[in-house]
Design a protein. Structure first.
Length: 199
C-alpha cells in the first residue's frame, strides 16, 4: 500500500510505501477525491519512481514546479525504460538534467526557435549511449507530438554519458571520456566565438 504524502494531481502523488520509502506514483485517477494520509491501492498504480534520497525528492519537486507534468512523466518513464532495457547503471541525477533539457527543447520547437548544436559525431565512441539517445528522441517525438530533430541525438547521448555510474567505467576510460567531452564543449564554444582564457 502507498500512503499519500502530497497529491500532485488526480494521477500523480508523492507517497510513502510500507518500508517508509518516499516515491512518486502514477496511474489514471489514483488520487481522485483523495487527500493526505489516504491509501492508494497498488493495483491501480501504473508507475512508481522510488526517490532514494532527500535530494532526489527535492529534485523531482523542483522540476515539477517549473516543468509541465506531462513532460516530466514522459522523460522519467523514458529514462527508466531505457536504463532497464540497456542494463545501463546511472547516477540518480540523470533524471534532472535531461528532463530540464527536454522541456527547453520542447518549448523552442513549439516556438520555431530551435537551433542546431553542431556537436561532432560521437556515435562510434559511445555506441550504447547513442542508441539510447536514438530511442529517446523517437519516444519524445511520439509522446510529446513534436518532432525532435536529429541533432538532439548527440545532446541526449551526452546526458547518458555523463550520468553513467562511476564504478562501471575504468579510470583510464573515465579520463579519456572526460577529455573527449571537454573537447566537444571546446569545439561548441569555438563555433560561437567563446574562448576560455587562463585565470
Amino acid at each position: 500500500m502507498f500512503r499519500i504524502v502530497q497529491a500532485l494531481n488526480n494521477n500523480v502523488a508523492l507517497v510513502k510505501n510500507e518500508q517508509d520509502d518516499q516515491a512518486v506514483v502514477m496511474g489514471l485517477g489514483i488520487v481522485f477525491q483523495k487527500k493526505k494520509s489516504d491509501l492508494i491501492t497498488p493495483s491501480k498504480v501504473e508507475k512508481v519512481f522510488l526517490l532514494k534520497t532527500e535530494e532526489s525528492k527535492e529534485n523531482f519537486l523542483t522540476l515539477l514546479k517549473n516543468i509541465l507534468l506531462d513532460i516530466l512523466t514522459v522523460t522519467y518513464n523514458m529514462i527508466d525504460d531505457l536504463v532497464a532495457k540497456y542494463h545501463f547503471p546511472v547516477q540518480e541525477y540523470l533524471y534532472v538534467s535531461p528532463t530540464d533539457h527536454v522541456y527547453l527543447v520542447y518549448q523552442k520547437l513549439l516556438k520555431g526557435a530551435h537551433q542546431e548544436s553542431h556537436l561532432p559525431d560521437i556515435s562510434a565512441a559511445y555506441v550504447t549511449e547513442f542508441q539510447m539517445a536514438q530511442e529517446a528522441v523517437a519516444i519524445l517525438s511520439q509522446k510529446l507530438s513534436v518532432t525532435f530533430p536529429e541533432d538532439e541525438l548527440g545532446r541526449i547521448a551526452i546526458h547518458f554519458i555523463n550520468a553513467k555510474r562511476e564504478g562501471e567505467v575504468t579510470p583510464s576510460f573515465q579520463i579519456s571520456r572526460t577529455k573527449h567531452i571537454l573537447e566537444l564543449v571546446k569545439q561548441e564554444f569555438s563555433r560561437d566565438n567563446i574562448e576560455r582564457t587562463p585565470q
